[in-house]
Design a protein around this ligand. Structure first.
Ligand SMILES: [Zn+2]
Length: 208
C-alpha cells in the first residue's frame, strides 16, 4: 500500500491516531512540523540564539539534535555530555558552561510520556508542578523540545534515522505503575496521551 500523504512511497506506519498510513519520510516530516509549531512558532527558540543541548546519550537527545539542525539554520548549538539526566538537576560543569558561553536556552532530553509521568507523580505526591512545560530557572529557559512527541514516536524516529540506542528501563516502581496504567488506557483509546498533555497544560494553570 502507498503512503496516503505523498502517494509515492511505501506506506509503512499505521498509527491509529494519525488517521493515515504514512511512509517513513512523511512520518518524520509530520513530527518535525509538530515540534516546529511548538518551538519556532511560539518563539521558544529563535534563529541566531545560542542553544545548549544536554546530551545524556539518550534517543531523545539524538533526535533533539537532528530536529534542531533541520528546523533552524542559524542556531548555534553546543552539546554537553552528561552521565544521566533528571529534571531540575543540572551539574556544576554544565552550569559553568551555560554562564561562560552566555547561553539562555537549554534543550533537555524529554518526551510526552515523561511529561505525563512527571505531572502525575507531582500531583499524587503533592509536589509542586513548577517544571511542567518549558520552564525558567535562574534566568535559563529549559526547553522540552519533544514534549509533544510520544516515546513510541521517538523510537520510530530513532529507527528511521539509524540511531542504535537501547532505551533505559526506569527502575522506579512508582513511575512504572503510572506508566503501566496510562499505557493500558492508551491501548484502548489511542488519543489518551495527547489529550492528557492538553489537560495537563490547562490544569497546571489552575493549580500553579
Ligand atoms: Zn509519504
Amino acid at each position: 500500500m502507498l503512503c496516503e500523504k505523498c502517494k509515492k512511497n511505501k506506506g509503512e506506519i499505521n498509527l491509529p491516531y494519525l488517521g493515515h498510513i504514512l511512509c517513513r519520510r512523511c512520518f518524520c516530516n509530520l513530527i518535525q512540523r509538530r515540534v516546529k509549531k511548538e518551538i519556532k512558532q511560539k518563539k521558544i527558540i529563535e534563529e541566531n540564539e545560542k542553544v545548549l543541548l544536554i546530551d545524556d546519550k539518550s534517543i531523545e537527545a539524538r533526535i533533539s539534535e537532528i530536529l534542531i539542525n533541520s528546523i533552524y539554520k542559524k542556531v548555534k548549538l553546543t552539546k554537553k555530555q552528561v552521565k544521566g539526566f533528571s529534571l531540575g538537576q543540572i551539574d556544576k560543569p554544565t552550569i559553568l558552561l551555560i554562564k561562560k558561553e552566555k547561553i539562555s536556552k537549554v534543550v533537555i532530553p524529554w518526551n510526552l510520556d515523561k511529561e505525563i509521568n512527571y505531572f502525575t507523580e507531582c500531583v499524587f505526591s503533592g509536589n509542586k508542578t513548577s517544571k511542567i512545560g518549558h520552564y525558567n530557572e535562574q534566568n535559563i529557559i529549559f526547553v522540552k523540545l519533544l514534549r509533544n512527541v510520544l516515546e513510541s514516536e521517538c523510537d520510530l524516529l530513532a529507527e528511521f534515522n539509524n540511531i542504535d540506542i537501547k532505551r533505559n528501563q526506569e527502575k522506579d516502581k512508582k513511575i512504572d505503575d503510572i506508566k503501566g496504567l496510562i499505557n493500558r488506557i492508551n491501548k484502548k483509546h489511542c488519543e489518551t496521551k495527547f489529550s492528557l498533555l492538553k489537560s495537563i497544560d490547562k490544569l497546571n494553570k489552575i493549580i500553579k
